[in-house]
Design a protein around this ligand. Sequence first.
Ligand SMILES: *[C@@H]1O[C@H](CO)[C@@H](O)[C@H](O)[C@H]1NC(C)=O
Ligand SMILES: *[C@@H]1O[C@H](CO)[C@@H](O)[C@H](O)[C@H]1NC(C)=O
Ligand SMILES: *[C@@H]1O[C@H](CO)[C@@H](O)[C@H](O)[C@H]1NC(C)=O
Ligand SMILES: *[C@@H]1O[C@H](CO)[C@@H](O)[C@H](O)[C@H]1NC(C)=O
Ligand SMILES: *[C@@H]1O[C@H](CO)[C@@H](O)[C@H](O)[C@H]1NC(C)=O
Ligand SMILES: *[C@@H]1O[C@H](CO)[C@@H](O)[C@H](O)[C@H]1NC(C)=O
Ligand SMILES: *[C@@H]1O[C@H](CO)[C@@H](O)[C@H](O)[C@H]1NC(C)=O
Length: 301
Amino acid sequence: MEKFTNWRDKGTGIAPFQPPTTQKEAIFFNKSIITNIIFSIIYLTRCILLIPVLILSPFINLRLLFLTGFTSGRIKIDYQVNGVKRSQLNKDPRKYHLQKGNLYVINYSSVLAAIVLQYIAQDNRSIKYLIPSESNDLYELTLLQFINFTMNGQSLNVTQYGTQIKEISNKDWINYTWCLFAEGTCSNGKSILPFQINKTSLELVVDDSTSICSEIIPVTIKVNNSLVTPLGGSSWRLLWSLILKHKCLAKIKVHESHLLVKEMDALDGVRESLNDGDKYKLVSKSLGIREKRTFVEEFRK
Ligand SMILES: *[C@@H]1O[C@H](CO)[C@@H](O)[C@H](O)[C@H]1NC(C)=O
Ligand SMILES: *[C@@H]1O[C@H](CO)[C@@H](O)[C@H](O)[C@H]1NC(C)=O
Ligand SMILES: *[C@@H]1O[C@H](CO)[C@@H](O)[C@H](O)[C@H]1NC(C)=O
Ligand SMILES: *[C@@H]1O[C@H](CO)[C@@H](O)[C@H](O)[C@H]1NC(C)=O
Ligand SMILES: *[C@@H]1O[C@H](CO)[C@@H](O)[C@H](O)[C@H]1NC(C)=O
Ligand SMILES: *[C@@H]1O[C@H](CO)[C@@H](O)[C@H](O)[C@H]1NC(C)=O
Ligand SMILES: *[C@@H]1O[C@H](CO)[C@@H](O)[C@H](O)[C@H]1NC(C)=O
């Protein structure tokens, strides 16, 4: 791995672009005979269920499968909200789900984050996926575009996938749930990359004179380490591992909000919150999209 030391953070030792090394699973060999038989039957059943999908695969949009039943039931959601007790949350979870008219900043390490958001938004048709480009402009993506961007292009040039947002009107603001992936590119979840957007460029889009956007709410979505997608990859493989292997466990935490107006560097605070408040484990601001691009080139050699 010495080859990639240029992309390892000097201070923390974290290599934020390195894809996970997936462990081969030995489900058939480490359990009792009965368990093995049961596992085999489950495994076979799932394989049989997959046959029609395989036959139809040239004709269907694989990425659409993510949306339809395929991931449902395979993702287990563990939802927490800062300052709300579990018992209170369990009584009426929807009440605490992501709401329209709010700006959420979410850590970006897996394509599954976008799908998880569908389950934890009060109105899942109102979600706007926002990703900043390398030049600090804001782009809006649909769920399909988000999946395409994350899985196809090593998430390096969002301008080819989304549409640029020049301005958001007050009327639009209250009708959508704004989910910003401020890092602009996918990491492996070991840290939070530098944000590709600053306060100035954010305020150009959301006009704060009318204070429609006064606060930012950090949301961390943590999925199994084996399911992070820093360099994109095959949607098939991801689906396959979700269907044939185990469920995905998504731990979601909604953190305390940061006031955009009051705090001088609200976005730095947000970045720290996304890293579970640990600023010493943040990678240096010099590990952004440009460095990821050189990493990808080197990695492919
Ligand atoms: C999205 O919302 C609709 C309507 O509330 C609901 O039926 C559907 O299950 C939701 N989708 C997901 C992925 O949660
Ligand atoms: C914010 O980003 C814009 C666009 O890249 C840049 O012109 C501006 O100097 C940045 N502002 C700060 C405070 O860094
Ligand atoms: C995915 O992205 C590629 C390259 O940008 C584009 O050609 C293709 O049309 C996109 N597909 C979908 C379904 O958006
Ligand atoms: C991203 O794509 C756009 C449109 O194809 C292109 O003009 C731009 O140069 C690309 N940016 C980078 C950094 O490659
Ligand atoms: C916002 O939502 C309301 C209620 O759902 C709807 O009546 C209105 O037309 C929407 N406004 C815009 C600008 O989309
Ligand atoms: C999201 O952030 C949390 C907290 O920093 C981190 O533990 C997690 O690995 C990150 N992302 C994912 C997808 O796991
Ligand atoms: C994800 O993690 C959960 C809990 O640790 C585990 O039960 C599950 O098998 C894991 N799934 C995958 C695909 O690794």
